[in-house]
Design a protein around this ligand. Structure first.
Ligand code: GUN
Length: 283
């Protein structure tokens, strides 16, 4: 039977460590503030944004919320980002995605000062990750590395297969695993013999966005399985990209959904906010 990788507990440990760091920073007069921008009122985004604000409060980071109406013009958002970039009292800027259709997401992300881009989405930060320079790393893949390390699952030399090639998860995930000296394969919807490719994995990262797609036929005996997906089923329960019950007795460790990868994203966002002081040489 697989052991469960407890993202809820690990994220709580990280948040407690960060809370202590922030307390010490405050003692030496250093405050951290995160600007959170939401355009429109997509219900899922509102839930995420609220959770981010709560995490800031817990850790002792000031969150400054900007709730802009759906019909906000792109130029207005760019102007707000320019102001926040110039504001010495703001360390992190987060624009919640997706943005309304009349906005160009790349243009918006590229406008954020990379030194304040706590999501790690700016091309400058993605490039820094690619060549091993300091910068912000996308929160979900950074959280997965922490899950593996803190659950004692060694990465060095392992065959890792990342299924999914999104800019937010798949690509940075592959770069991070490579930086940890894993042997990395990126698979995707056009990959031939996907099952066979996945069966090579000592560590399988499922990030495709399809409920329960990965059953035991995709899993090598004893593999570590990381499930990035989160889907609401018809019965109201949540499931991941992995068919949890079907693979449970075949893998050695697995992240549950919920309570696996999900809680790590916000913990790592908080970590990036705390790290911003170092990157901005304010520490
Ligand atoms: N929308 C879904 N996930 C994310 C995230 O990690 N950051 C931002 N800014 N928007 C998102």
């Amino acid at each position: 039977m697989a052991s469960l990788i407890d993202g809820k507990q690990i994220s709580q440990d990280i948040k407690d460590e960060l809370r202590e760091k922030v307390r010490k920073y405050k003692e030496s007069g250093k405050e951290i503030a995160l600007a959170v921008i939401q355009v429109g009122n997509d219900p899922a985004s509102s839930v995420y944004v609220n959770n981010k604000k709560k995490a800031c409060e817990y850790i002792g980071i000031k969150s400054v919320a900007f709730e802009l109406p759906e019909e906000t013009q792109q130029d207005e958002l760019l102007k707000l980002i320019d102001e926040l970039n110039a504001d010495q009292g703001i360390q992190g800027i987060l624009v919640q995605l997706p943005l309304p259709k009349h906005m160009n997401e790349n243009l918006i992300i590229n406008r954020i000062n990379p030194l304040k881009d706590v999501d790690g989405f700016h091309p400058g930060n993605v490039g820094a990750l690619c060549i091993g320079q300091p910068g912000f790393v996308s929160c979900t893949p950074a959280g997965i590395i922490e899950l593996l390390k803190r659950s004692g699952n060694e990465v060095v030399g392992k065959e890792c297969v990342v299924v999914g090639r999104s800019n937010i998860v798949g690509k940075p995930m592959a770069l991070l695993l490579l930086a940890e000296n894993a042997t990395v394969t990126i698979a995707h919807s056009k990959t031939r013999d996907l099952k066979e490719v996945c069966k090579r994995a000592d560590i399988l990262i499922a990030a495709v966005g399809k409920p329960k797609m990965f059953n035991r036929d995709y899993i090598k005996e004893g593999a570590v399985v990381i499930d990035v997906g989160i889907h609401r089923m018809e019965n109201g329960k949540l499931c991941g990209d992995v068919d949890f019950e079907d693979v449970l007795d075949k893998c050695s460790a697995i992240t549950p959904v919920p309570g696996g990868v999900g809680p790590m994203t916000i913990a790592m966002l908080m970590n990036n906010c705390v790290e911003s002081l170092k990157l901005q040489r304010m520490e």
